[in-house]
Design a protein around this ligand. Sequence first.
Ligand SMILES: NC(=O)c1ccc[n+]([C@@H]2O[C@H](COP(=O)([O-])OP(=O)(O)OC[C@H]3O[C@@H](n4cnc5c(N)ncnc54)[C@H](O)[C@@H]3O)[C@@H](O)[C@H]2O)c1
Length: 348
Amino acid sequence: MLDRAVRIGMIGCGTQANVHFAGIKALGADQATVAAVCDLDDERLAAACQLWPEARAAKDYRDMLAPGDLDLVIVATMPNTHEAISLASLDAGACVLCEKPFMMNVAQAEAVLAKAKETGKQVQLGTNMRYLPTSRYLHDLVQGGTIGEPVFAKAWGCHDDPPVWGPHYHLATSGGGVLASTLVHTLDLAMWVGGSPNPLTVSAATRRLFPGKRGPKVDAAIHARYDAEDLISALVRFDNGTFYSLEGNWCSEKTDFHSFELTTTRATITGEPFAVKVDVEGEIVDQTPQLDGGDDWSQSVHTQDTTLIAQLRAGEPWDMQDARQLLNLQKVVDACYESARTGREVVL
Ligand SMILES: NC(=O)c1ccc[n+]([C@@H]2O[C@H](COP(=O)([O-])OP(=O)(O)OC[C@H]3O[C@@H](n4cnc5c(N)ncnc54)[C@H](O)[C@@H]3O)[C@@H](O)[C@H]2O)c1
């Protein structure tokens, strides 16, 4: 229980940090305040300091964490630094909200979850799509059991262009391309809505289409560093008998769109465009409800942050995601890459 504002440290003050900043500002200083900011980049650090003049600033996250006075650290750097920063933040007594993808691999994820257990602090991955009103509705609908048992899901992410505004295409920085950086959002959602089963086997294939596609649009410096997959197809089997098909493409001519669809024994539900179609006595009946705030992406980040902050203040545990779910997501990502590398199915 906290009878004061939650003290937040932001490590990495780039694109995604600014989405968090806007939501925290809107909450009000009585609820939460950014008490410390950190970035290696002088300009980004200066911009964060302008936004939060009271915050202490550091280029080295260890200096930022040293006073041990933060309740929550948001890790908004690229994945190659997530493990070290999360471990140090937990050691400094803070809970951690880490941006996706969680870690570079399962071993790092296990190390961070073990540290959370040891320190008694909470860790959550920034799977903000779970906080969309449509996602929550579909999750609760499946849990309620009225549309039968989950059978099959598709999760996809097809984008017009690779996200070259950040080094998501550079493996040593991002840990993975279209799967780890983008498709991971709808994969997590499909697993969560489908009842969070455990993965059993994974078979995947990947390709890199850039620079044959989109190359002329992109700066030469990016060409030199672009070594991640930008096309993936995968099949995942789970311990509840369900099977999932994954498709990710950063160079798609089809559409700039990502979503998931879950087929149950009585219905098919879709994240975006939001739809609930149910078999009623042999006829397909559209039971899609009207929901406010449907698919607002930034709002889902704000709802996520607001919820976690409110729970910290009330002394309640974070309850959107547990360690098993977090680890399972990382296992599927790792196994996809292993399967694509070896050309064999991976048994988990
Ligand atoms: N949840 C979402 O919808 C969403 C959207 C975009 C990005 N992300 C995730 O957020 C994270 C950051 O992505 P981004 O697009 O904001 O990247 P970015 O490159 O815009 O920002 C990252 C910042 O981290 C700083 N940085 C790197 N190493 C550092 C270190 N050791 N100490 C301090 N600062 C350091 C960089 O200087 C940069 O300013 C990634 O994991 C990304 O996948 C999530």
